[in-house]
Design a protein around this ligand. Structure first.
Ligand SMILES: Cc1cc2nc3c(=O)[nH]c(=O)nc-3n(C[C@H](O)[C@H](O)[C@H](O)COP(=O)(O)OP(=O)(O)OC[C@H]3O[C@@H](n4cnc5c(N)ncnc54)[C@H](O)[C@@H]3O)c2cc1C
Length: 452
């Protein structure tokens, strides 16, 4: 720990705010980290704990930066592929990559947040405040007003980070002055909502369905997914429109709920003994994308979901939020702690990537929901997996998920071009296991090179 480089306030001790606090404290900044909720580690959050997220290379790289990768890796479950549960026919596993060692991981959101908070608490440079509700910021004086125990106080800082999630109070401050600040804000809701359900472990603590997979029940128009938890349970997330023939609004009697679940997700429903109770107790939540700009005014800056909340279908929201910290860290080094250079460079570099992953995440909703049940899509995936295993090729999914060195906007552009060619090729292929790969890769590479 070196000199006192200045005072920084961070609103929100979620995943990305806590990570940023840890990194800044290592440089010698004095951090006040304000969290609206009670301390996760001191409350019974058994329900919250079972919410899990897919952690991949961008998030792992960020954990590496603060020296927590090994510790977190001991508490994650590798998911090697998508296990597709079709409405008829056999279940099938599709690897995420043709290369060994490329997979995603199921991590407990609460567990990861607690690990980060434990690490933050070890630092003398971080003051952690719980039940501390950030009310507003003043971008001219770089001061933040927070309410703790019913007392409001205002303090000035050198820099303020708003990492207070999709409903950010820091961002709201900017929205309130949007015309004066020329602050652009766009929020787009999906007509599909989600409900979490839970498959308990076997009597001896094992997993009732394949442990090392992200399970998908694609049903054209709606779907369900499941990620494994360390205790043998699975967290299921059912995505279905709010209204319409398979709408949440129709599921209002025990008979309709049971019929819907058995008809659509029979091999999961059989493992949920208290289905009706879970269905009634667990809320139906909305999903949306938030885009805004600028992310910084003077020395106040947005980070993570507060700057760019995205729908969860690429499993990248947290990974992207943690990658924000890596990008900022690099800029701190490049600009030798000159915040008047770091913050403009951060928003300029990062906005294009946040927009790209937001768009990719929306596309992937349709891919997971519909295309995973499409035979041409699966032929294309099989060719891609062979290309990855046998030649030098990265699919769009792999570029986004396993190549933390490739910015999201490049991954999106390259991946979309590759897909266009491969999808056309796949339409004419009967046997993807035997088709010659050399000419395919040449065609793909030439098409991409001409357009990148
Ligand atoms: C259903 C679902 C599934 C998802 N699955 C994945 C996945 O598989 N992989 C993935 O990478 N991402 C996933 N995500 C996205 C991921 O959860 C978010 O992108 C990530 O949590 C963002 O981190 P954050 O730190 O920016 O915000 P948050 O995690 O939301 O943290 C914000 C923190 O700020 C606090 N706060 C809020 N307001 C205030 C205030 N006024 N004052 C003080 N504190 C405040 C909150 O209590 C919270 O602790 C999923 C999201 C959803 C909804």
């Amino acid at each position: 720990m070196t000199k006192n480089r200045g005072k920084i306030a961070i609103a929100g001790a979620g995943l990305c705010g806590t990570m940023m606090a840890i990194r800044l404290a290592e440089y010698g900044y004095q951090i006040d980290l304000y969290e609206r909720r009670t301390d996760l580690r001191k409350t019974d959050i058994s329900a919250g704990r079972s919410i899990n997220l897919a952690l991949s290379d961008r998030g792992l790289k960020a954990l590496d930066m603060i020296g927590l990768r090994d510790q977190v890796s001991a508490e994650i479950i590798p998911m090697h592929g998508r296990m597709i549960h079709p409405s008829d026919g056999e279940n099938a596993m599709y690897s995420y990559s043709g290369r060994n060692g490329e997979y995603i991981n199921s991590v407990s959101r609460g567990g990861l947040n607690m690990t980060l908070l434990d690490e933050a608490e070890k630092s003398d440079n971080i003051n952690l405040y719980f039940e501390a509700n950030v009310k507003t910021v003043d971008i001219n004086s770089t001061s933040l007003t927070v309410s703790i125990d019913g007392h409001e106080s205002t303090k000035e800082y050198d820099v303020i980070f708003g990492s207070d999630g999709a409903g950010s109070a820091v961002r709201r401050t900017l929205q309130k002055q949007s015309s004066r600040l020329r602050f652009d804000f766009q929020q787009k809701w999906l007509s599909t909502g989600y409900k979490e359900l839970h498959i308990p472990p076997t009597a001896d603590g094992g997993w009732k369905i394949e442990k090392h997979a992200l399970h998908i029940w694609p049903r054209k128009g709606h779907m369900m997914i499941a990620l494994p938890n360390l205790d043998g349970s699975f967290t299921l997330t059912m995505f279905t429109p709010f209204e319409g023939p398979v709408g949440m609004d129709r599921l209002d009697t025990d008979e309709l709920i049971t019929e819907f679940m058995e008809e659509n997700f029979a091999d999961a429903t059989v493992h949920i003994p208290d289905l009706l109770e879970q269905f009634r107790t667990n809320p139906t939540a909305s999903l949306g994308t938030i885009k805004c700009y600028p992310w910084k005014y003077n020395r106040t800056v947005l980070l993570g979901d507060s700057a760019h909340a995205i729908v969860p279908f690429y499993g990248q929201g947290m990974n992207c939020a943690l990658e924000d910290c890596v990008v900022l860290d690099q800029l701190i080094q490049d600009h030798d702690h000159d915040w008047d250079k770091i913050l403009p460079a951060y928003q300029e570099q990062r906005k294009v990537d946040a927009d790209a992953i937001a768009d990719l995440a929306e596309d992937n909703f349709y891919e997971m929901r519909d295309a995973t049940a499409d035979p041409v899509f699966n032929v294309k995936r099989q060719i891609e997996l062979r290309l990855e295993a046998e030649l030098d090729y990265y699919s769009k999914y792999s570029l986004v998920t396993f190549r933390a060195d490739v910015p999201y906007h490049i991954a999106m552009k390259q991946g979309r071009l590759q897909n266009k060619v491969l999808y056309n090729i796949a339409k004419a292929v009967d046997n993807p296991t035997e088709v010659a790969l050399g000419p395919i890769l040449k065609e793909v590479n030439e098409y991409v090179a001409e357009r990148m």
